[in-house]
Ligand binder design. Structure first.
Ligand code: FAD
Ligand code: MLT
Ligand code: ZN
Length: 559
């Protein structure tokens, strides 16, 4: 009986229509959606709030929705805790007046930055964990300028660090010592967009969110999306091979990037900027630069395949009591939702608590009880009624089989965004909570959460161990949150976390890269022969080693 009631409730809930998460619906969309949902058919802005009222779908609990109490947000500052100790390569030069005169001559004074405040920001990573001491940032405006810079730096043995939006999480985007920062923010033009093929060609410094907005107007979307979209640049995304929230649907950048233009350490411009889906003329060298974190060349232009924007988007926020149910839910989602599944993200109760405590205006969509796990599922398709039918069937099955303990379906754009805000807000909440030790791991899905639990046992009450991530891709974000950085905590985490991952045939970097943080840890995930070959490629493309030194590959192999 209870199950039948639950099934009826779910079916009714699933009938409520959803708006799109990524774009604010226009009035014709609102009218269309509201009339089919049985709400008022003319939705002026004043009525919008009413129309957007939350619909609760709750199996066994009361319908009461509580507002969560928000506690005050504390900001703290931390010193550098880079655990990797490297020596400055003594063969690198230091900048002198002649260098500055040269750079000002080719770029003009505005693009040669020596301002203390600007340099302070550019020397510090997003987590305030890695800090360099560069005295110079260059901001070329085009490929020709960048090529001249690199040719000169190579001849002078001046080390450089390529920098995009500086949202990287492994200490790759900031100098370790006095490397010159080459920031691509001025190279931010959209070059072309082909509406038939969906191929976008743009410069590396385009901010991801700007590309998303541009494409939205054209009726397309970017094949990648991440919480840092407001700052990260497409060149940075490609150089880290960023995964993000939609990989489960659109695949990795190795599949969607069709071409690149890259400048090598000696200033040579390598034009691989094809726009073809198929091109088997020899080695596909662009793949070397996707995920090479600025160690082989600087990406200047990008050609990327973008999918069409589909009209029917649904977002469900579900609760599970145990991890095995999360796994089973994923298994079912892949089978029952199939091609319309566009995100399958998870967070544990600890992650949820952090977000509720540290982020403004976040409330728990399922407040009637505390659950151990939360799952965000997004579907995107082109046929509203078919998609709804599929989602309804999936939710019914999930409830009847007891996989899901509670859940709610976003009934409009604003509610969908608020669900996403919870998931995307976790990194920020962790930053506000204090010190954070961040690990980004690929693991077999069935083993993934064992690591979180093992880490909890290991650390006892010394720190808050938090698990979340891209469950649909087998990507765990294991974060250890503590009031301040503490070597004793670090010694409990490392090398345990890397050994555990390696033992379970996982990867110590699923999507963030190696940067400075994990350059020396590469052997946990790659054979020595593979690392040796990587070092040979690095030496071939950058014989002096000026490009992003101390990162990605163990220093001993390349200096
Ligand atoms: P930067 O941080 O500036 O640089 C990253 C690396 O790429 C550095 O090694 C740098 O030297 C190199 N680089 C930058 N631009 C170039 C270029 N043009 N040519 C050559 N090398 C270059 N990552 C994910 O994969 N998935 C996520 O879901 C995700 N979510 C995030 C959420 C938040 C809140 C934050 C802060 C970060 C997140 N990240 C995520 C990490 C980060 O945003 C990505 O790695 C992103 O791709 C970095 O882009 P960026 O432009 O900021 O690059
Ligand atoms: C995410 O998925 O939120 C990002 O990769 C950032 C993080 O791991 O904290
Ligand atoms: Zn991630």
């Amino acid at each position: 009986m209870q199950n039948r009631m639950a099934a009826a409730a779910a079916a009714a809930a699933a009938k409520k229509l959803l708006h799109q998460r990524r774009s604010i619906p226009n009035f014709s969309q609102i009218n269309r959606l509201s009339s089919t949902s049985g709400f008022t058919h003319h939705c002026a802005p004043g009525h919008l709030k009413q129309f957007l009222a939350s619909y609760r779908w709750d199996l066994w609990k009361s319908c009461l929705i509580h507002m969560q109490n928000m506690s005050a947000i504390h900001h703290r500052k931390f010193g550098s805790v880079a655990s990797t100790i490297v020596q400055r390569n003594p063969t690198f030069s230091t900048i002198n007046d002649d260098d500055l005169i040269y750079f000002e001559k080719i770029l003009g004074v505005k693009k040669v930055i020596q301002d203390h405040e600007e340099l302070k920001t550019a020397n510090t990573d997003w987590m305030h964990k890695y800090k360099g001491s560069s005295k110079l940032m260059l901001q070329p405006e085009n490929t020709a300028e960048l090529s001249q810079i690199l040719e000169y730096c190579n001849s002078r043995r001046l080390a450089v660090v390529p920098q995009g939006g500086n949202t990287g999480l492994v200490g790759g985007s900031v100098p370790v010592f006095d490397e010159i920062i080459i920031n691509t923010r001025r190279m931010n033009s959209i070059i072309s967009f082909d509406k038939v093929s969906g191929v976008l060609v743009c410069e590396a410094g385009c901010i991801l969110e700007n590309l998303i907005s541009f494409l939205d107007k054209e009726g397309f979307i970017m094949p990648l999306d991440l919480g840092a979209k407001g700052s990260c640049q497409i060149g940075g995304n490609i150089s880290t091979n960023a995964g993000g929230l939609r990989l489960v649907r659109y695949g990795s950048l190795h599949g969607t990037v069709l071409g690149l233009e890259v400048v090598l350490a000696n200033g040579s411009v390598i034009d691989m900027l094809g726009t073809l889906r198929k091109d088997n003329t020899g080695y596909d060298l662009k793949h070397l630069f996707i995920g090479s974190e600025g160690s082989l060349g600087i990406v200047t232009k990008v050609s990327i395949l973008t999918p069409p924007k589909l009209s029917s988007v649904n977002i469900a926020f579900l609760a599970c009591q145990d991890y095995i149910s999360c796994q089973k839910l994923l298994f079912q989602a892949k089978r029952r939702l199939g091609e319309i599944l566009s995100a399958f993200e998870f967070l544990d109760a600890q992650a949820m608590n952090l977000v509720l405590r540290h982020l403004d205006s976040v409330r728990n969509p399922l407040p009637s009880s505390i659950y151990n796990f939360y799952i965000l599922i997004e579907t995107t398709g082109s046929n509203e009624s078919n998609d709804k039918e599929k989602l309804e069937a999936f939710l019914l099955h999930a409830m009847e089989s007891g996989l899901v303990s509670d859940g709610t379906l976003a009934q409009d754009f604003s509610q969908g965004s608020s669900f996403w805000h919870i998931r995307e807000g976790i990194p920020e909440a962790l930053m506000k909570a204090g010190a954070v030790y961040k690990y980004d791991l690929s693991l077999p899905v069935e083993k993934m959460y064992d690591l979180v639990e093992d880490m909890r046992i290991r650390l006892g009450g010394a720190a808050n161990v938090v698990g979340y991530g891209h469950l649909g891709d087998g990507n765990l974000h294991l974060n250890v949150s503590a009031p301040q950085y503490d070597d004793a905590i670090l010694a409990q985490i490392e090398p345990f976390v890397y050994e555990w991952t390696s033992r379970h045939h996982g990867s110590i970097s699923a999507e963030h890269g190696l940067g400075l943080m994990k350059a020396e840890k590469i052997y946990y995930s790659k054979s020595s022969e593979t690392v040796q070959l990587m070092a040979s490629i690095k030496k071939l493309l950058d014989p002096i080693g000026i490009l992003n030194p101390y990162k990605v590959i163990p220093s001993s192999l390349v200096s």
